[in-house]
Ligand binder design. Structure first.
Ligand SMILES: Nc1ncnc2c1ncn2[C@@H]1O[C@H](COP(=O)(O)OP(=O)(O)OP(=O)(O)O)[C@@H](O)[C@H]1O
Length: 565
């Protein structure tokens, strides 16, 4: 769009010209006598190829008085925007003799309802009127007006007193360089241009920006995923845990979509580091503080690398958010395999024996294999996870305590662990000092449950309530028939687990074996050489001769004696 006053268009080559004025209105300038006439173009319709002409003063005759028929060339006057009066080829039908009257000093008393009459009504604002040869001068009361001049005009022009006038153009008209239109200032176009166009433009821009943002965030996320996996792999090879931001954790767990379960310290979610690396993310219950302690603890746990201990792959300490990232183990925890609801999930005695041995080796490593002795304090079947090949992995170090290897006992201000697996001395110091032997007790209970769990599935309600250790003793003496023993191998494995379990749950910590001895016992050929220990609950069993209290409940029966240190 170019803005001009029309002077840059040569009047010789462009006798009729259209240009965009300084106030951005299209002006159609027509050659007239004694000077050219400037008409306002209120609308340009490029589809129907029409112009709408009006005079801001609503008095076109004032302007038309200077024009004649040829002034309009190459335009044709039409009735309205819908179509021409006549075809382009028949000029004679489009022209008429048009007489101009000055009616400024005459207002007739009775105005008939004719076209001219309406024009008369507007005399005050537009005192010049036009009439064609076809108009009845009498009827239109023009007899009271002063006749000015008469010349040929397009028919429609002569019938238009206050506008608008419609002009039509042919194809080539706008291609001769004399027509440099700007925007047309009609209301619709204004609306279109001021609201719709900007809106569509904005929507289009927003859509483009949206698409660009999606592409950007896709590649950024992809880049971030890539970066995270690369950092992880580097850390993994260097045996270090990766530190993740909370945003990373959200992405890894797909906004905590798949919950695996919930423990005492927080919920566990399944996640993905990449398509190949599946993880379980434990979101610890909201904590306060700067997380230094947590990072120290994580740092120690990060050094634990054993095939039977869950390896910490990463952690998050971001504001008050704390999370731990582990490998994902599809078989879940050992609990569901110890007392499965259907016999088909029974892993077999050989497999159970292997699992028991794996757990023992994991605990032995924690007790002896690290710089510092690590006491777990929460060994139980739920904290043993199984990988695809049923290799056990000790998990959940939330209650673990680090202590110097040359200290045989540790101080604890509160009982910790899971009832039923908790050693008596952890429950109350009156039973002795807390030490690594407390983990041995928990492990012993786990072994007995592995053996006894089989009985639970086959037993009646009455048999279910048999005191484990007593029942295990009966088993060892050959009095029990509930255990699903199919061959000698089965019997030997079950018996071995039972004997080792009984040793581990000895009442007094000093009577319990170390994990090293446990591993040796489990690996030793033949269970015959293993001595059956005294029944640790003999006195309790004697008191309740009906022996209907399960071992787990027995712990609950213990009198709680407050801690002294
Ligand atoms: N790495 C993992 N792979 C697969 N499942 C897991 C993993 N870690 C934990 N889970 C599952 O998530 C659930 C919750 O585990 P979590 O260790 O928090 O609780 P818990 O051991 O059941 O209870 P608590 O923490 O009180 O001892 C359990 O069902 C557990 O089997």
């Amino acid at each position: 769009m170019s803005i001009s006053d029309g002077d840059d268009l040569d009047p010789i080559t462009c006798p009729v010209r259209l240009y965009c004025s300084q106030n951005k209105t299209n002006i159609l300038e027509l050659p007239g006598f004694p000077s050219s006439v400037k008409l306002s173009v209120t609308r340009i319709n490029y589809t129907s190829q029409t112009l709408e002409i009006s005079n801001p003063k609503h008095c076109l005759p004032e302007l038309f008085i200077k024009l004649n028929y040829s002034s309009f060339y190459p335009f044709r006057s039409i009735k309205d925007s819908l179509g021409p009066d006549t075809s382009f080829d028949d000029d004679s039908l489009d022209a008429t003799n048009c007489t101009f009257f000055d009616c400024s000093s005459s207002v007739p008393p009775n105005i008939p309802r004719t076209r001219i009459a309406y024009e008369v009504r507007d005399r005050l604002s537009c005192p010049i009127l036009m009439a064609s040869d076809d108009d009845d001068i009498m009827e239109s009361n023009l007899v009271f007006c002063k006749k000015l001049t008469r010349h040929v005009l397009p028919v429609s022009a002569c019938y238009t007193s206050w506008g608008p006038l419609y002009l039509e153009w042919s194809e080539k008209t706008f291609n001769n360089g004399c027509f440099l239109a700007c925007k047309v200032s009609n209301k619709g176009a204004k609306l279109y241009e001021s609201i719709f166009l900007p809106l569509t433009g904005a929507a289009f821009l927003a859509a483009i920006l949206g698409v660009l943002y999606l592409i950007y965030s896709y590649y950024r996320n992809k880049g971030e995923d890539q970066r995270r996996v690369e950092t992880f792999l580097k850390d993994y090879i260097a045996l270090n845990p990766t530190r993740f931001s909370y945003a990373d954790i959200k992405r890894i767990t797909m906004k905590f979509k798949d919950k695996l379960g919930e423990g005492a310290h927080g919920a566990v979610y399944k996640g993905k580091l990449s398509n190949q690396i599946l993880v379980a993310v434990k979101i610890l219950n909201t904590t306060e503080g700067d997380g230094k302690e947590f990072i120290n603890e994580v740092g120690t746990m990060a050094k634990i690398h054993h095939v039977n201990v869950v390896r910490l792959l990463g952690y998050c300490a971001d504001g008050s958010h704390r999370a731990l990232v582990y490998h994902f183990f599809p078989k879940g925890n050992l609990e569901s395999f110890i007392a499965p609801s259907d016999n088909e999930s029974f892993l077999g005695w050989n497999q159970l024996h292997q699992i028991a041995l794996g757990i023992a080796k994991g605990i032995e490593y924690l007790h002896q294999g690290c710089d510092q002795r690590i006491l777990h304090f929460d060994i139980n079947p739920r904290n043993v996870l199984l990988d695809e090949s049923f290799t056990p992995k000790i998990s959940d170090f939330g209650l673990a305590k680090l202590c110097s290897k040359n200290r045989s006992t540790v101080s604890m201000t509160a009982a910790r662990g899971t009832l039923g697996y908790m050693a008596p001395e952890v429950f109350s110091r009156n039973f002795g000092n807390v030490s690594y032997k407390s983990d041995i007790y928990s492990y012993g209970m786990l072994l007995l449950e592995m053996v006894g769990g089989r009985k639970n599935t086959n037993a009646s309600e009455e048999n279910f309530q048999v005191l484990y250790p007593n029942w295990i003793h009966s088993l060892l003496e050959g009095d029990d028939t509930y255990i699903p023993i199919e061959d000698d191998g089965d019997f030997r494995n079950a018996k071995k687990l039972a004997i080792v379990g009984l040793w581990c749950i000895q009442w007094h910590p000093v009577h319990r074996p170390s994990m090293k001895s446990v591993v040796q016992m489990l690996e030793a050929e033949g269970e015959d050489k293993l001595k059956v220990p005294p029944n640790p609950f003999e006195s309790a069993a004697a008191i309740g001769s009906s022996a209907v209290i399960p071992a787990r409940c027995l712990n609950l029966e213990l009198e709680v004696i407050p801690e002294i240190d």
